[in-house]
Design a protein around this ligand. Structure first.
Ligand code: ZN
Ligand code: ZN
Length: 493
């Protein structure tokens, strides 16, 4: 998750890093922030208001959820989603519409059965985590040992873990910022490898989610390159509660689990890209997007069909409000969920033009209430915040700070200096649905979808106006995008 930092504090730190008396190397002076013109402000308000009346986004999302549905990277649904993206962009008036191919890992879910065999036998509702290996054909049966975290698991030690099934029982905190996700998701990503090191024969986690439905939440896990690979499954919250209650009895609890998922080589997928071109040879690029792939259990309505249609519709309204100075580029990223292939592919393929990327925006937290704005500007850009907040006023009024470094798909851009803009939205309902069979179109509220479209439409107008310079972010360690589960700052969601 994105850390939330105070804008002022961040800027003070950055400013104090370059004291006037030191100045050893005569660095080129940073360009001034500039100021938004009245014409830009007027256009941004017009785009925002058009967004608040938008139907195109909701219609497109209905179509994606109805005609494509689940679209795990490399699956037939993923290929249909790419075709849908190309057609939708053309229909919405984008130029330079194209697919940029990427190679993605394939994984097939198979079947998953979990039951308590003692002391009080009951079936449990579970699903495999993305990337899990199968159990042996006959399944595994063993006593359960529970741990609240990887540290707790390590404290149990090999004597308590060897030959057992590890149950990670920790709960994800339900918070408006979504801050509970980064902390909770560690066991999903690394739990199986850590448990296998201590001799465990299987892993179950309490779903990384905040609902109480009997629907497990999936999501990417990964194995260490060496070491034993054991199956990693996710229990629905009520089933995790049930298991907890049996464990609390003090009797030995035994589980049987059987899973048949498998890796299936690689496949070709694609990012889908379309533009509203800017003016003149010096035009920069405002890149905005979401990810087109989804997990296989639901319809990928909020994660991240919503993000895709929010940016498609927002870009359309921004361009309709007046010809942009900078090119507005929408990227529907490929395989965010299972390896960030599209994010990595975009940053690599477009490396030569990254200096012309004036700002990046990503929507990947569903279509829920917009409550604030987060920026990720270079130093000395404080004056840009007030006009941005003024055009967002009917949508949101809270300024979160200058701490965003984008999301999982734009992380490779911000780590190379591209500044970021992001609406802060209510993460509580998002993590109720996220990666579960419940992430379906009926959960989308058209008024909230429009709020997101309106907010981004206004931001895109402002960013593409060419009136201002958002600066550059200090270079960061390259975002580790080669594995399905990256650092918390770029956790796939
Ligand atoms: Zn996701
Ligand atoms: Zn997502």
């Amino acid at each position: 998750m994105r850390p939330v930092r105070a804008f002022a504090a961040a800027l003070i730190v950055l400013a104090s890093a370059a004291p006037a008396h030191a100045a050893p190397a005569p660095a080129a002076p940073a360009p001034a922030a500039g100021a938004f013109s009245q014409a830009t402000l007027t256009r941004a308000r017009a785009a925002r208001d058009a967004g608040l009346r938008d139907d195109a986004g909701y219609d497109a999302l209905r179509e994606l959820c109805t005609q494509v549905g689940p679209r795990l990277a490399g699956s037939p649904g993923d290929a249909r989603a790419v075709a849908w993206g190309l057609e939708t962009m053309k229909r919405m008036g984008f130029s330079n519409v194209r697919a940029e191919t990427v190679t993605v890992p394939r994984w097939e879910r198979g079947e998953c059965h979990v039951e308590i065999t003692a002391p009080w036998p009951q079936p449990l509702v579970a699903c495999a985590l993305g990337g899990s290996v199968a159990t042996p054909e006959e399944g595994v049966e063993a006593e359960v040992v529970a741990a609240g975290s990887i540290d707790e698991l390590k404290a149990l030690g090999e004597a308590r873990v060897r030959g057992r099934i590890v149950f990670f029982r920790g709960h994800m905190e339900r918070a408006r910022t979504g801050m509970g996700y980064g902390a909770a998701v560690t066991v999903r990503g690394r739990g199986a490898s850590e448990a296998a090191k201590l001799g465990a024969v299987g892993v179950l986690i309490r779903s990384i989610g905040t609902d109480s439905n009997r629907d497990p939440h999936t999501g990417a896990m990964r194995y260490d390159s060496t070491g034993t690979r054991i199956a990693a499954l996710s229990l629905s919250a009520p089933d995790a509660d049930l298991l907890d209650r049996q464990i609390a009895s003090g009797k030995a609890v035994r589980l049987r689990m059987r899973n048949t998922s498998r890796s299936a080589g690689v496949a070709v997928s694609a990012k889908v890209i379309g533009e509203f071109p800017g003016r003149g040879a010096g035009a920069g690029i405002v890149v905005v997007g979401g990810h087109l792939d989804s997990w296989d259990l639901g319809q990928g309505a909020h994660d991240d069909g919503a993000g895709c249609v929010i940016m498609l519709a927002a870009a359309k309204h921004a361009a309709a409000a007046g010809p942009p100075r900078h090119t507005i580029r929408v990227v529907l990223f490929a395989n965010e969920e299972f390896g960030l292939s599209g994010a990595r592919g975009y940053a690599t393929r477009h490396e030569a033009e990254l200096a012309r990327h004036v700002v990046a925006m990503e929507s990947d937290l569903g279509a829920f209430d917009v409550w604030g704005l987060e920026t990720g500007f270079g130093p000395g850009r404080e004056t840009l915040v007030t006009p941005l907040m003024s055009v967002l006023a009917p949508v949101c009024t809270e300024y979160v700070g200058n701490g965003t470094r984008g999301g999982a798909d734009t992380g490779p851009l911000t780590s190379r200096g591209v500044p970021a803009l992001q609406l802060a939205t209510d993460a509580r309902p998002y993590f109720d649905l996220h990666h579960s069979a419940n992430d379906t179109f009926d959960k989308v509220d058209v008024a909230l979808l429009r709020e997101n479209i309106a907010g981004y439409a206004a931001l895109i107008v402002m960013a593409a106006s060419g009136d201002v310079d958002f600066g550059r972010l200090p270079p960061a360690a390259a975002t580790p995008v080669a594995t399905p589960v990256a650092t918390p700052a770029a956790t796939p969601r």
